[in-house]
Design a protein. Sequence first.
Length: 78
Amino acid sequence: MVTVSKGLLKNRMLEYFRTVERTGEELIVTDHRKPVLRVTPFKQKHSLRESFNVLQGKARFRKPVTEPETGEWGEHSL
């Protein structure tokens, strides 16, 4: 986490913003040594399909998924 005063940020803002974009590390802005702002990179949200796309076709089921499973847990385990 990088910390910078408002005054220094004002003079080199674009440089600091590019660093946040490149590294993904957040930037804390201070005013009289007290934290007042947090600059974080924007993270794009992915759909569920995009998130699990790399796993598609890799799961293997030995039994039908609709078949009840009581052998391991017992019928009345709750």
